[in-house]
Design a protein around this ligand. Sequence first.
Ligand code: SF4
Length: 184
Amino acid sequence: MNPGLDPHVRNALDGDWNGLLQLAQSQCTKSFRGAPCVGMPPDTFFPHGDSPHDGTGTRCRLEVARVRQICRACPLRTRALCLVTALEQGDEYGIRGGVSAIDRQPLHRAWCQRVDEQRVKAALNGKPVALTATEKKRIIAAYIDDPALSLSRAARGLGLSRGAVAWAAHHERKRRARTTAASA
Ligand code: SF4
């Protein structure tokens, strides 16, 4: 249980990220000052066995519950910022925002698949945006489908060379052709 954050996490898993992101952005500065974890040994937030990749699936539930109790005392907006920062940075380890590393896995996967048209637009307008894998594919698709989108602009938006974008577009065209042939 992560009171306050749970409904937003459930919505995010259903594809609606607005609540969680708005909560995180409502933290006026990207600061964790005043969070109960400040000054604690970092190891505290890495309970034994709570690793998404250790393959054992055994973790010390008592230890996880104790850490989550600490996070529960954290202001809701800070908890949201903590969780969203972990997702943005692909930080899969440790308890973040009161969500354990193992429980966070589906959220990391959903984060990579999410598409925020505003972020895609911002990237194409030259803003430095950390795009998800799906948002990057969206730009490649837009480059193929929209003659008004130049190779240079797509490359700038993706932070790639023109050659890399042309190569990715070539593969995407081939993938589309295979899909069309398979469904014909
Ligand atoms: S939610 Fe994040 S910032 Fe708050 S106590 Fe837990 S680890 Fe620290």
